[in-house]
Design a binder for this molecule. Structure first.
Ligand code: HEC
Ligand code: HEC
Length: 208
């Protein structure tokens, strides 16, 4: 019985994700629909913008930038917050308030914004950045891409704020339940605090 329910949930999630991709592709092709989607999103993100910024550049360094993020990843993140697979006190509640249409519009809107990186070390620590670049090239680029832009459901991590990156990597490494089931749990297991500091310095200054 449990298996049947699980299968049903998985099928629905897959159907929703492909419906979402169809809608996003349609938006790319139809300027009028795109403007409508934009306007709808702008109205709906009043609450979100207090933390993530109107243009998706976050107001605090512990809050992720949504600007320039891959729309499928944003959409998947909403799903995970709604189902509770990913936990965050504010986001679990915020995601539940959004309809499917709103999630598509908001994912599209933020994906179209320009991210403005805020380097974690000021002045830039060139040696640490170089160390992070090397680590990234050997361990992370295979999935996140050479320029850390990600693709589809894999997030762009170039230009995320340092505090957010640092915290996310520590939680993956320490197998914090807030991101249960993530492939990052296995990847991050071998990272030292020094690796995390170097990766954070590198990624937070990277211009997407
Ligand atoms: C009170 C501040 C706050 C508000 C309001 C808020 N968020 Fe968030 N949001 C956060 C924080 C903090 C995180 C990181 C949580 C985590 O690590 O899971 C986050 C994470 C996210 C993520 C995942 C990003 C990633 O890189 O994985 C998305 C997508 C998101 N928020 C969208 C929204 C939307 C859309 C709204 C409005 C409906 C909203 N947020 C409202 C603070 C907020
Ligand atoms: C096997 C593929 C894979 C590898 C290798 C990988 N990642 Fe990831 N990463 C993912 C996926 C998929 C996600 C999104 C899943 C999730 O939300 O936890 C992710 C999420 C992340 C996030 C959270 C982004 C956000 O906006 O919340 C960070 C930060 C991150 N990865 C950094 C890294 C770093 C640094 C490395 C190298 C040490 C790395 N990743 C290697 C697949 C990978």
């Amino acid at each position: 019985m449990g298996r049947v329910v699980l299968l049903w949930v998985l099928l629905c999630a897959t159907a929703q994700a492909s419906e979402m991709m169809d809608r996003l592709n349609a938006l790319e092709k139809d300027p009028a629909a795109r403007e409508q989607s934009y306007a709808a999103a702008q109205e709906r993100i009043l609450l979100c913008s207090k933390c993530h910024g109107e243009d998706g550049n976050s107001k605090r360094d512990y809050i992720p930038n949504l600007a320039g993020q891959n729309p499928q990843y944003l959409f998947d993140a909403f799903e995970k917050y709604v189902t509770g697979q990913r936990t965050d006190f504010v986001m679990n509640q915020a995601a539940k308030l959004l309809t499917l249409d709103e999630r598509v519009n908001i994912a599209f809107y933020f994906s179209q914004q320009q991210v403005h990186p805020r380097p974690a070390t000021d002045p830039l620590d060139a040696a640490l950045v170089e160390q992070g670049a090397q680590r990234f090239g050997t361990v992370c680029a295979a999935c996140h891409g050479a320029a850390a832009l990600g693709h589809d459901g894999i997030p762009r991590i170039a230009g995320q704020p340092g505090q957010y990156l640092n915290h996310a990597l520590q939680r993956y490494r320490d197998k914090d339940p807030s991101r249960a089931g993530s492939p990052m749990l296995g990847v991050a297991a071998a990272l030292s605090d020094a690796d995390i500091a170097a990766l954070t310095a590198y990624l937070s200054q990277l211009q997407p």
